[in-house]
Design a protein around this ligand. Structure first.
Ligand SMILES: *Cc1c(COP(=O)(O)O)cnc(C)c1O
Length: 222
């Protein structure tokens, strides 16, 4: 890509509805490149590894108004660090992890905002709830009062065509609506975290409120 990070950010930001939150996925991206994105107006950054994030966060402490989002698969032994470092966790992908995060949040006196990661279609390569599993776990999730459950995150399986991807995103929106209509006291469904560099336009079409963009902003990670 010949354009600069800031040019790409301006172009993509202006192509998105203002209500959509643009989250820059900075995994494998240098602190310097994060600074460029920050200078272009980005305040939401996402990382998928705790360790890698920690060193960049330390380097970027002079930028206090960054909101950090965790989007990777989270192992139980990293849950405490995740809560300490990230006010947002998009990748809460099973009940046991949710329970652990709730306990830790209580101990630490914080209330992280989280999305529940759901597999709209079966996908052996990803973690996350299946739809029936998620619906069955809602009564338990509703007891986790230290988590602010804000919505659903989904990633379509690879190999789908555009109309199949769009239907995955639409089904995710409908699932969130169905859950919202059950009126849980502790489960909000206002956020749909969906859309990456290759499919964010479809996600926005389907009602995404947060898109997670890496490659298209920062270039290939390789
Ligand atoms: C890497 C990653 C992204 C960003 O992917 P790009 O294709 O580079 O935009 C978004 N979401 C998750 C969960 C990721 O792991």
């Amino acid at each position: 890509m010949s354009s600069s990070i800031s040019e790409r950010i301006v172009t993509i930001r202006s192509s998105l509805p203002t209500s959509v939150r643009l989250i820059a996925v900075s995994k494998q991206v240098s602190a310097q490149a994060i600074r460029s994105a920050y200078a272009a107006g980005i305040r939401d950054f996402a990382e998928s590894r705790i360790q890698e994030a920690a060193s960049k966060q330390a380097e970027l402490q002079d930028l206090p108004d960054i909101t950090w989002h965790f989007i990777g698969h989270l192992q139980a032994n990293k849950a405490k660090k995740a809560i300490e470092q990230f006010p947002w966790i998009h990748s809460v992908d099973n009940l046991k992890l949710a329970q652990r995060l709730d306990q830790l949040a209580q101990q630490l006196g914080v209330s992280p905002q989280v999305c529940l990661q759901v597999k709209i279609l079966p996908d052996p390569n990803k973690s996350g709830w299946s739809v029936p599993e998620l619906l069955a776990d809602l009564p338990t999730l509703n007891q986790y009062k230290n988590l602010q459950i804000q919505g659903l995150m989904t990633i379509p399986p690879s190999g789908l065509n555009d109309s199949e991807i769009l239907s995955v995103f639409n089904l995710n929106r409908e699932l969130a609506k169905e859950i919202q209509e059950q009126n849980w006291s502790e489960i909000k469904m206002q956020q749909l975290s969906m859309g990456m560099s290759g499919d964010y336009e479809l996600a926005v079409q389907a009602g995404a409120t947060m898109v997670r963009l890496g490659t298209i902003l920062f270039g290939d990670r390789s």
